[in-house]
Structures are given as structure tokens and as C-alpha cells.
Design a protein around this ligand. Sequence first.
Ligand code: PLP
Length: 432
Amino acid sequence: MNHRIMEQYKKLGISPEVYAVGEKTEEKLKERFAAIDETAEFNQLKVIAAMQKNRVSAECFNISSGYGYNDIGRDTLERVYADCFGGEDALVRPQITCGTHALALALMSNLRPGDELLSPVGKPYDTLEEVIGIRPSKGSLAEYGITYSQVDLLPDGSFDFEGIRSAINDRTRLVTIQRSRGYSSRPTLSVDQIGELVSFVKGIRQDIICMVDNCYGEFVEEKEPLDVGADMIVGSLIKNPGGGLAPVGGYIVGKKECVENAAYRLTSPGLGKEVGASLGITQSFYQGLFLAPTVVSAALKGAVFAANIFGELGFSVIPDGLQSRHDIIQEIEFHGPDAMLAFCEGIQAAAAVDSYVTPEPWAMPGYDSEVVMAAGAFVQGSSIELSADGPLKPPYAVFFQGGLTWYHAKLGILKSLQKLYERDLVNIGKLC
Ligand SMILES: *Cc1c(COP(=O)(O)O)cnc(C)c1O
């Protein structure tokens, strides 16, 4: 116990008992945190090596406007991404508006009418349902005559290899593999598991494109999906690789042909990567990538810390406090609205931005129950920043992620615990 630090926590409304729970838990997690730091160190060096190899210079931060021809900063950044993630080429653009857009772009540009898309890992992320046309939508892949098939994971979370073999047919052109569990209850895939799946698919037909939805997975491990044979990875810059600094954007990295197809679709056939003004945003992309390995390590420590505290207090935590991690998402089931709301209020109250507002459940379009969201972020909607959300229905699960620094993630979790403690929703006696 450090009294000066405890006094600082007190000023932020953390009582000595709750602080003590935090200290005890952190003490127990020393080895775990050291392993997370080691991954961050490895990935920090990987990022710096990619920047040095591509001779990143102050000139790369210049502003381009209009068509954006010969934007050295943009073009160099794309080579940095390609080297860092192990691809032949990359598209990293502010014109890609979010993760869903990046995924839609990768799919729509690499599939043609008559092709079939296969998800061998169950239902994809919610927003992709309209992209694919599982839920009908204007401009979906289905409207362009691209069919979809799906093989669910087996009940124990493993791949249904026989099911996948029989689902692959002459028209199967692209396989989409979601790395993170997102907001579903299936396990997150490790990069090695992804490698195993890619090898299996390639063993059936070498020319099937293996795409990985890499959202929330970047820099969690030392390897990335392209290192184990995937053809293309796709993600959002307001999650892990933007390091909290990128204010917008998405990326696609992989085989030259896959990236070129995406570039021709994003801008125009014939123009591709040659256009796209960066309007002065490029420096934040570089600096965000530079910080991303440590930002991801902070988020991971927060997730592990929360799993250990709330797991010990008797809540269901997925993954649990001991499991290995392959993304930054932590689920905590509160089994009732009061504790769930208290948790979210704590996360909000710990923010540097909008700390004084109280998150209220609301009927969000597309959901069948009310949803509560806590986020006080520098970049709106950024989920690499400390945030939590979940639908107000059993099992009253909160999905919690992010934290640009470990100390902020720690404060958020302690603040959440404080709210539950003050409302008599937990008994922390045995932990402090
Ligand atoms: C966040 C996310 C997406 C979509 O990203 P948005 O930026 O919210 O559109 C897709 N897949 C997974 C697994 C995600 O976590």
C-alpha cells in the first residue's frame, strides 16, 4: 500500500478498502503482467523496425489535399503496415469510415457475382449481417448474387472440420474468419488456431481467399494472422492499431491482389491507391501505430485485472482470470440490472472526458432490449479507450474493453467496484 497513491485515489472517490482489493489483485498478477509487457516489447520493436525500414521521415506528416496524388506519407504508411503485419501490400485510409466499412470493402471487392462466401466460425459480427444479406439490406452481397454459407463451431468451441469440408464447393471464393468473439459467446481464436483453419481450407483448395476480421486482436499476440497463412486481415483504426490517436479510419493488409481489388473499389477502377488526400491526418496514424503495442498491453492488463476481481467476487467472467487472451474484450455477467448499471457508471465516472454524465439505458435501433453504454472518449465511439456496454436483459452481461493507459483502466475498474460496494451489491470483505 502506497499512502500517497491511496490519497490520490481517495480524491477520485476510491475508498481504502476498494484500493486494497486492487493492490492485492495486482500483486497476484505480477507474472501475468510481465508476460503482457513482454508481448508489448516484442511488438513495439516490430513497429519501429517497420518504420525504420521504410524510412519514415518528417516529410511523411505533410498534408495532402485534392486528389492526393503522390502523398508520400500515405504511401509510406501503407508500406509500414504491410511490413508490420506481414503482408505484401496495405490500404490504410481515413476514407474507410469504420471496421464494418473495411470488412464490407474487402468482401465486396474480392467477390464477384456467382461466388460464395463461407464463414467456418459461426455467425459473423452483427453489422456484417446486412453486408452479407443475412438480414436483407440495400446493396448487400446477396443483391449482387453472392451467396453465403456458414458452419458453426462445435459445442466445445472447436472447428467442425468435416462440416467445413462439405460446405466448400466450386463456388467458394472467400472464407471469412472472425478472430475476436466480438459480442457473441463463442471463444476468441488464437492466431495459431487461425493458422490451423487456414491450412485446412488451403488443403482443400489453395485458391480460396482466407480473410480474417482482425478487430480487437492486433498486437495481443506476437504473431498476426498473415504470419500463419491468411491472405488478408481487416480492421478499424479506432480500435487497437490506431493506438487511441487515429481519429478515424480502417485498414486492409495482405496479398497484393486482394489489396488492389479493395483499392479499386474504395476509390475507382483505374485509380486505386493513387488517390485519396490525407488532409493532415497521417501523423496521428503513424504515432497511433507507434503507441499501439503499449496501449493494447494497457487494455489487456485492465481486462485481466477486471476478470480477477469480479471473478473472485462470484460473477461469471469470460475469459476467466487465468485463461490466455487473444483479444482485449472482457465479459462480466452481473445477473441483474443494478450491478450492471453500477459497473457502467463506474467506468463512465473514471473517464477524463464526460466523467460527470450518468450512462442511461436506451432503446438502440437494431436491438431487442435496452442497451447501456459507458464511454468517455477523446475519439467518439473509440473502443480502444476505456468503455463498457451491454444489453439490459439476462444474463446482464457487460462487455468491457480498452484503456489507453493501465492506470486509467485500473481506476475505471476500481471505480466500478466502488459503485457496487457503495450500493451493497458486492461483499468485498474476503478480498481486502
Ligand atoms: C468492432 C468490430 C467490427 C466492426 O467495426 P465497427 O468499427 O464498429 O464498424 C467488426 N468485427 C468485430 C469482431 C469487431 O469487434
